[in-house]
Structure formats: structure tokens, C-alpha cells
Design a protein around this ligand. Structure first.
Ligand SMILES: Cc1cc2nc3c(=O)[nH]c(=O)nc-3n(C[C@H](O)[C@H](O)[C@H](O)COP(=O)(O)OP(=O)(O)OC[C@H]3O[C@@H](n4cnc5c(N)ncnc54)[C@H](O)[C@@H]3O)c2cc1C
Length: 350
């Protein structure tokens, strides 16, 4: 599939569009050369405003093996690991499409950047343990030659969870799982809690769990910028635009049990360019939905949720934008969670 996408893309003329965006590492060379040629042409032609070579460097490439929809922490993290795990440098072309570089509504920018291991599922605990190691050693992962090291402002501080009589047994069980997975968490009686945090009202509290290591908070904006800087240095391409449409093809196939199924595959993504009515088609082999709270809409563009009720295609992706609040009280963070459906982060699952 990758090879087919590559072949299709290479069949087109280079000069027609985005010379700069075609090649990851030599972007600067090409942009520089094109700019020199333009200047020379302009200097010998009458009418300096006339631009014989329309600058197309802001356009996405005509093809990319992988198109990632959304340049938040999830999209950039996927881009990073795709490039990091590729067998040969430049083997996979990755394009990140982001519609809002101010990230004004993106969860990543709004996030508190808290990390904990106090979960009930082993998978979430393991993800968080891996993430904390990633954060602690961020410059081993995200260093870029000649750029200053990142300072995520990681502030280690344990999460404190409180349980009533009704929830005490669940908390005890969760902590057992957390410890089995390697997290450093302790259980506290109301008395121990009062001794450690004399300002807490322990009325109605039967048990507490407290993170002793690897929990705390950091600057999520810094992580986002660090990821962006790194993936750009690895050859990932970026495009400022909005994914508005997928073009797919269908193939009928037979399963091992003889059942006939139709396989739908996206082979083209339409990107509406920023402040423009035009869209650019990008041929691709794989699309990654990293659109955060808008992931449900992207899934719908791909036809997910539009099939007959009760089937996989008829099942909507239950992710939609919801309002969430965070309150700061005397230097400690307290926040209300509106819905588990808006939580889609890969690095810090709850
Ligand atoms: C108030 C708040 C506090 C939080 N606190 C914490 C915390 O303490 N710890 C924790 O682990 N998590 C926290 N979270 C959750 C965490 O921030 C998210 O899980 C994580 O940032 C999700 O990242 P993302 O990349 O999936 O989404 P986002 O950061 O939302 O990125 C998605 C991007 O997709 C883009 N996009 C959408 N549609 C399109 C399209 N059609 N075309 C192009 N681009 C598109 C958007 O512009 C956006 O930039 C918090 C979230 C909020 C809202």
C-alpha cells in the first residue's frame, strides 16, 4: 500500500506545487534555490509584482504515507514514534494537518499537565509509568542539535485520592493493582491523613491513597513545542489547514470462514487551506485520527457511525467537545471532570 501511494505521488510534476514540502531534510535547500531563481527572474522582467513562480510551499505534499489529523500532543506523539521506529531514515512520509496553530481550543494547551499512576487498569498504569520516564528523560528523547534543552518544569507531587466507606474496598483493590504494576502508592487511614495534611477535613473519609513517586505536573505547552521541534527535525511535514473530506475505495473480500465483507480504505484526504476556500488533495495509505475532542466528527467523515444500526459501521465514535473546568485554590489544583468522553490523551490516560 505504501509503495502504491508512493508511485502515484511520484507520477506528478514537481514544479506544479510545494517544492519545499516535498523533501523532508532538503527543504531549506530547495526553498533557498527557488527563492534565488525567483529573485533573478523578477530582476530581469518588467513589472516586479508579477510572480511567475507561485509560492506553493504552504501547500501539503500531493502524497504522504501517513496523514495525521490534528497536531496536538497525541498527533505529534504518534508522528514522533512513527519516525523514531522507522527502519530507514525517511522511510515513512508523515504529514500532520493542524487547523489552529494557536491551539486555542485544543485540550493540550488547556490541560493542567498532571500525571499519576492511580488507575484501576494495568494498561493505564503501565502507560503512565512509561510516560513519566519519558518526561523525566525528555532531552534524551526530544533533543535537537543546536537547540536549547527542554525544561518541562516537572513538579513532582503525589495525587491524593479520598474514599468514603462505600468506595474504600475499591480503592484498596486499585492500590493493590497499582503496586503490582510497579507504582509507588500508599494507603492512609483518616488519622494518618490528618497527621500529614492537617488542613484536610476528614469527615466522611474512610481511606486515602497517595502517590509517593512519579506523580505531579508539568508544562504541557512546553511538551507540545518540544515534540513539534523534534518531529520537524526528523522530517515530518506540517500543513496549516482543516481536514474536511476523505475519499475511499471499497473492496469485497471473503473471510476465512467464507463470509463476504466489504473493506473500505481511505486513499485521499482533502485539506481545506487556512483562510482559503480551496482544498488540496493528499494521497495517503494511512490516516490517523488525532483530532482530540473533534475525533467523533473525523470518524463520521470516514463513514464511521453512518452504517446500519447495530453494526460496527453504525457505531459512532463517542467523542465530542464538552466544557471542562479547572479551579485553582491556594496553590493546589482542583478540577471537575465533565465527561470521560472528552479525554483522549495517549500520554496521560486517566
Ligand atoms: C481543562 C483540561 C485539563 C486537563 N488536565 C489534564 C491533566 O492534568 N492530565 C492529563 O493527563 N490530561 C489532562 N487533560 C486531558 C489532555 O489535555 C488531553 O487528553 C490531551 O491533551 C489530548 O490531546 P490530543 O492531541 O488528543 O487533543 P488536542 O490537544 O485537542 O488536539 C487536537 C487537535 O486537532 C485539531 N483538529 C481537530 N479537527 C481537525 C481537523 N478537521 N483538521 C485539522 N485539525 C483538526 C485541533 O485544532 C487540535 O489542535 C486535560 C484536558 C482539559 C481540557
Amino acid at each position: 500500500m505504501l509503495r502504491r501511494a508512493l508511485r502515484l505521488g511520484l507520477g506528478r510534476g514537481l514544479l506544479g506545487r510545494g517544492l519545499g514540502t516535498w523533501r523532508g531534510d532538503s527543504t531549506l535547500d530547495w526553498d533557498g534555490k527557488v527563492s534565488d531563481i525567483k529573485k533573478k527572474i523578477q530582476s530581469v522582467l518588467p513589472g516586479g509584482a508579477w510572480n511567475p513562480l507561485y509560492d506553493t510551499s504552504h501547500l501539503p505534499p500531493e502524497h504522504s504515507d501517513v496523514v495525521i489529523v490534528g497536531g496536538g500532543v497525541l498527533g505529534l506523539s504518534v508522528a514522533y514514534w512513527l519516525k523514531r521506529l522507522e527502519k530507514r531514515r525517511g522511510a515513512i512520509q508523515v504529514l500532520v494537518v493542524e487547523r489552529d496553530y494557536t491551539y486555542s481550543q485544543a485540550s493540550t494547551g488547556l490541560s493542567v499537565g498532571g500525571i499519576r499512576q492511580q488507575f484501576s487498569l494495568p494498561e493505564n498504569i503501565q502507560l503512565s509509568l512509561f510516560s513519566v520516564d519519558f518526561l523525566r528523560n525528555i532531552n534524551e528523547y526530544l533533543a535537537v542539535v543546536d537547540d536549547p534543552p527542554l525544561d518541562l518544569q516537572f513538579n513532582p507531587s503525589g495525587y491524593l485520592l479520598l474514599a468514603s466507606e462505600k468506595g474504600a474496598a475499591i480503592m484498596e483493590n486499585n492500590v493493590k493493582v497499582q503496586r503490582q504494576e510497579g507504582a509507588k502508592v500508599c494507603l492512609m487511614s483518616p488519622e494518618q491523613l490528618r497527621n500529614k495534611f492537617p488542613w484536610i477535613n476528614t469527615e466522611g473519609v474512610a481511606l486515602a491513597s497517595y502517590g509517593l513517586e512519579d506523580e505531579g505536573w508539568f508544562d504541557p505547552w512546553c511538551l507540545l513545542q518540544g515534540l513539534r521541534r523534534k518531529v520537524q527535525s526528523m522530517g515530518v511535514l506540517f500543513c496549516h489547514g482543516e481536514v474536511t473530506r476523505f475519499i475511499s475505495s471499497s473492496n469485497r473480500m471473503e473471510t476465512a470462514s467464507g463470509e463476504e465483507v466489504t473493506l473500505k480504505r481511505i486513499h485521499e484526504v482533502h485539506v481545506k487551506m487556512d483562510r482559503s476556500l480551496e482544498y488540496q488533495p493528499v494521497e495517503c495509505a494511512i490516516v490517523i485520527n488525532a483530532a482530540g475532542a473533534w475525533s467523533g466528527q473525523i470518524a463520521e467523515l470516514a463513514g464511521i457511525g453512518k452504517g446500519p444500526p447495530g453494526t460496527l459501521q453504525g457505531t459512532k465514535l463517542p467523542v465530542e467537545p464538552r466544557k471542562r473546568r479547572r479551579n485553582q485554590t491556594q496553590g493546589t489544583w482542583k478540577w471537575t471532570m465533565a465527561s470521560s468522553r472528552t479525554r483522549c490523551g495517549p500520554i496521560w490516560p486517566r
